[in-house]
Write a protein that binds this ligand. Structure first.
Ligand SMILES: C[S@@+](CC[C@H](N)C(=O)[O-])C[C@H]1O[C@@H](n2cnc3c(N)ncnc32)[C@H](O)[C@@H]1O
Length: 181
């Protein structure tokens, strides 16, 4: 069995287990390796002062990196109260509260209009559920970057593969363009 297949099955079975806790649980809490985080933000051409939304922020590594390495502002949305509390405390302890906000909320019910870059590490089926929200809120010029799981029905501007923590990871970057008239 291929590593990518095993990854999807692991992710899906963990998410399935968590579905019983919350019907809008879009993925289990598995962090993106730091090398991949940095490459995701580089591939999205994140610029100083821009706003990143990480939908399902886990331990906050993407929003922290966006603020510390890219001088961006960032919002992390997190469904789990437990994870939200730990990550909020981490941001407070790092003194990043002026640039990073952690919200205890549901990515499926979030106003994404302030975002220049949206980051995702969610299942393909979850990306499918989020797609209408991304299409509704994101302005032309913004970018969506997804770790390992594509957004079906969209065409990535860039696809990259890199090795980290003993396996190959995929990065998909999508450019939001103005609708054709
Ligand atoms: C695979 S982890 C990714 C964490 C982080 N973005 C990263 O890449 O390291 C997915 C996270 O999404 C959270 N999550 C799942 N469903 C969510 C939802 N509907 N709204 C917000 N967060 C959600 C989970 O609790 C978990 O922390």
């Amino acid at each position: 069995m291929r590593v990518s297949t095993i990854l999807v099955l692991t992710f899906a079975s963990l998410a399935f287990g968590q579905q019983f806790k919350h019907p809008d649980n879009l993925a289990p809490n598995i962090p993106t390796p730091q090398l991949v985080v940095e490459r995701m933000l580089e591939a999205a051409h994140l610029k100083p002062g821009e706003m990143v939304y990480d939908l399902g922020c886990g331990d906050g590594r993407i929003v922290i990196t966006a603020a510390q390495k890219f001088q961006a502002r960032a919002v992390g949305i997190e469904l789990s109260r437990d994870i939200y509390e730990k990550t909020s405390a981490r941001i407070h302890n790092m003194g990043l509260e002026n640039r990073v906000t952690i919200v205890h909320g549901n990515a499926l019910h979030t106003d994404l209009s302030p975002a220049n870059v949206v980051t995702l590490y969610l299942l393909t089926s979850s990306n499918e559920r989020l797609r209408p929200e991304l299409e509704r809120y994101l302005k032309p010029g913004s970018r969506v970057v997804s770790h390992d799981f594509e957004i079906r029905g969209w065409h990535p501007a860039v696809t990259e593969r890199l090795e980290a923590d003993g396996r190959v990871h995929s990065i998909f970057v999508y450019d939001i363009v103005a609708p054709k008239k």
